[in-house]
Design a protein around this ligand. Structure first.
Ligand code: BGC
Length: 804
């Protein structure tokens, strides 16, 4: 088994949409699903191409109301390539006999390969070997190469190559009642050298995309100059190339495509730039070479070796790969965030949620320049967030739960329950905790990189705005002498209101409250960290006076944290009054109860009534903070919180969580690692296959879950290799689980590249290169100073107790 490959040895129409998502190729600028070149949108296939940041808004009438949604647009399908023998039918795998079929995602090289032989209705056998790339080197380019052999026939052969802009957003069945046409055709033309050009524009955001394609035919290395015929209709252009094919001969068909948009940097006019790029691009082989080189560097930075478990190794690489398809070095400066479902499908409309919280830990230590760019996406939307806060009567900045083009709140007002067919009001936008996630990300980017310029300028400005928001969002409860936060929703989206209440939102979601206290504590710390002049500037510009700073300190020491009996943190006020959920009964009644909210709504009930969570909520605190950090936060709040309590809280909520989000297993795997290694591993195993096996039964074909993918990588580095990123040292305290032999990885800690390899007995560390000649690395509980070029080995004792 080559763990750099995902191999499918058959054509399976039922699984095709899942495979398309898993075989998506992208380069951080655009992504294209792994659909067959000859296919188009139907019940089996869904070709989709998505541009990072390529959004459009459209209105639909639902129940008499105008609903506006913003979608990541499915842009024209550039894949279109097919063939037919003279007088035959165009290739369709459903209509021929498939003699052999193999599809391989070659992750090391970033290539999708298909090899198949088919026999048509007239007994003609044709073999095709197709290879495809989305260039990691030149982000505007993509290419397909077909080696086609008429195995037992000679005669007229026709190739059809096209650019299809008549596509709509049709990947997600439950969105189908909503407006899904986002593209307006702008024109098609055939340019010099038989270059096809298609231009489209999004209907509302007026983003123009030009695609240019050149298809050439070679035989024995020589170009065959044959008959070209171009057909054009609105939004679609195709070329038919016909030639005389000889039995047993191999023909090489190459389609090179360039994609440019009005949203690009360094752009004059997209179609001119696309044509220019195509004419400069070499042939497929040359493109391939540059592309593979770019991948070499990416893997050098990003690979994680998992020795002794091929399945986990393969899926680890799949997760690294899809992170790179969505966010790579090409992403830098594109003014885009991380869509939670990648550039792989249309679920959640390509929106950006809080999932960066799970994604950045992997990125920070490998492509920190990319994290910085992704944080800038938030910075450029600070004004919109300030406006949102003001509109609701708050100060500072209130970032949206779902973000898209300009940082407006993009959460839907109504969503469709596919189980019942009902449209239901959606109040999940009250997840104000996204603000703390952004602050947390800023801080952790800084800790991992020591990027003081970023922190003192952009980072601090965002951080202080978020702190200001939290201070204005709290209310003082005189009786309790504590500050409270009302009308919010926590990460557990199942609970948006108390049963029977007409109010939206809940009071004192513990996770939200503690995070807000942390933000306020950290904001004060950051003000002491940055230069005095910058502090003066910021406080002046943001009109933050001494009173405000005093208030921040007070709130951070007096934030209310609700508790149930015996030291269990209450998820929110009123949680104690909810009913216990009959888990057993529902597990017996339904196969899959991950989406309890939908099941209960269909039954005329509501999940709001029960002590049943979609995903980790209170427990997020134990995921984001180490025991020591958390105890420090609680100490400031004047609350005693022991290790025993952590364990009891984990136990309490573990029994009340349905894991309706793939993020949930991730959090559980981490927090359980301290108390129950077996259960932790079970959760890790579920997590790592969640997309590959589509464990939610149909969600992966609508896009991969990038948070879960990147989170699984973070678990390997944080849990198994035991990395803890400190501000003075990188700490390593490994514990390799029984089902793995060893782990290796390269990390960039504060501009120092460090190679780590660890098995059950020893840990090897080498400090390869860095901005300074020294780096501090803590091994278990002892601090060491490494000189550049130095490599050391440490013995590990199996009985050692783990971490802080
Ligand atoms: C989860 C959220 C997550 C979103 C996007 C939802 O199902 O509940 O926490 O941010 O998916 O991944």
């Amino acid at each position: 088994m080559d763990t750099f490959c995902i191999t499918y040895n058959n054509w399976n129409p039922k699984k095709q949409k899942l495979r398309e998502a898993l075989c998506t190729l992208g380069n951080g600028y655009f992504g294209t699903r792994g659909a067959a070149e000859e296919s188009s949108n139907d019940s089996i296939n869904y070709p989709g191409t998505y541009l990072a940041g390529g959004f459009n808004r459209a209105k639909t009438k639902v129940g008499g109301r105008d609903i506006e949604n913003e979608d990541l647009v499915n842009f024209p399908n550039w894949l279109c390539l097919s063939f037919r023998p003279g007088g035959g039918k165009w290739l369709n795998l459903e209509e021929v006999e498939i003699l052999e079929y193999q599809q391989v995602l070659q992750m090391r090289k970033g290539i999708l390969e298909r090899k198949f032989s088919i026999k048509d209705q007239d007994g003609r056998i044709t073999r095709i070997h197709s290879r495809r790339l989305v260039s990691m080197q030149n982000m505007h380019l993509a290419g397909i190469q077909w080696h086609l052999t008429p195995v037992n026939w000679s005669g007229e052969l026709e190739i059809r190559t096209a650019l299809d802009g008549t596509v709509i957003n049709d990947n997600v069945a439950r969105y189908r009642e909503l407006e899904s046409t986002h593209l307006k055709p702008l024109g098609t033309q055939v340019e010099k050298n038989n270059i096809l050009v298609l231009q489209v524009q999004t209907t509302q955001s007026r983003l123009t995309m030009a695609q240019a394609a050149r298809t050439r035919l070679f035989h024995k290395g020589k170009e065959i100059r044959s008959e070209f015929e171009a057909n054009q209709k609105e939004g679609y252009i195709e070329q038919l190339i016909s030639f005389k094919a000889e039995e047993g001969e191999k023909y090489n068909i190459e389609k090179i495509v360039a994609i440019h948009t009005s949203r690009d940097r360094a752009v004059s006019e997209p179609s001119q730039d696309a044509c220019q790029n195509i004419s400069r691009a070499g042939n497929f082989q040359q493109m391939l070479k540059d592309h593979i080189d770019a991948y070499k560097f990416l893997w050098h930075r990003g690979d994680i070796g998992v020795i002794g478990n091929k399945k986990i190794q393969q899926l680890t690489r799949l997760h690294i790969f899809h992170n790179f398809q969505t966010i790579s070095l090409n992403t830098i400066g594109l003014d885009v965030g991380v869509p939670s479902r990648g550039l792989h499908g249309e679920a959640y409309r390509g929106h950006i949620f809080w999932d960066e919280l799970y994604i950045f830990p992997f990125l920070n230590l490998r492509l920190p320049e990319v994290t910085r760019s992704l944080l800038m996406y938030r910075y450029y939307r600070l004004e919109e967030a300030r406006h949102a806060a003001k509109k609701e009567g708050y100060r500072g900045a209130m970032f949206p739960w779902q973000s898209g083009s300009n940082g407006r709140e993009e959460s839907q007002i109504l969503h469709l329950n596919p189980e019942s067919g009902n449209w239901i009001p959606d109040n999940t936008h009250l997840q104000r905790h996204v603000n703390s996630a952004i602050a947390y990300n800023i801080w952790n980017y800084f800790i991992a990189t020591d990027d003081k310029l970023f922190l003192s300028h952009f980072g601090a400005e965002m951080f202080l705005n978020i702190a200001k928001f939290w201070a204005s969002k709290t209310t003082f409860n005189k009786k309790e002498n504590r500050y409270e936060i009302h009308k919010v929703v926590g990460p557990d989206e199942y609970h948006t209101t108390l049963p029977g209440s007409s109010e939206q939102g809940l009071n004192n979601n513990a996770y939200t409250n503690v995070m807000a206290a942390w933000v306020l504590q950290k904001a004060l710390e950051i003000l002491e960290l940055i230069k005095k002049s910058r502090k003066r500037e910021l406080l002046g510009n943001l009109t933050i006076g001494n009173d405000e700073l005093t208030l921040w300190k007070e709130i951070s020491e007096k934030m209310y944290v609700p508790f149930l009996e015996e030291g269990i943190i209450s998820q929110f006020d009123g949680y104690e009054g909810l009913q216990e959920f009959p888990w057993e009964e529902y597990r017996n009644k339904y196969n899959d109860i991950q989406r309890l909210d939908r099941i209960l709504e269909k039954e005329g009930d509501t999940v709001n009534k029960y002590k049943a969570s979609k995903q980790a909520d209170v427990l997020m605190l134990f995921y984001l903070f180490s025991r020591d950090e958390l105890q420090a936060i609680f100490k400031k709040l004047g609350i005693k919180f022991t290790e025993e309590q952590i364990k009891n809280n984990v136990q309490y909520y573990k029994e009340r969580t349905s894991h309706g989000s793939t993020l949930s297993r991730l959090v559980f795997s981490w927090i359980l690692s301290k108390f129950d290694e077996e259960m932790s591993w079970e959760n890790f195993e579920k997590l790592i296959v969640s997309d590959f096996e589509d464990i939610q039964g149909g969600t992966t074909p609508e896009g991969i879950h990038l948070g879960a993918m990147a989170g699984s990588l973070d678990l390997i580095q944080r849990n198994f290799a035991g990395l803890e990123v400190g501000d003075h040292a990188l700490w390593i305290n490994p514990r390799i689980p029984p089902n793995i032999k060893a782990i290796s990885m390269r990390v960039n800690y504060r501009n120092h590249w460090i190679y780590i390899s660890v098995d059950k007995k020893k840990l090897k560390i080498s400090f390869e290169e860095g901005w300074s000649n020294e780096v501090k690395i803590g091994v278990i509980d002892t601090l060491h100073t490494f000189q550049v070029g130095e490599a050391r080995e440490f013995k590990l004792s199996p009985s050692r107790a783990k971490g802080k």
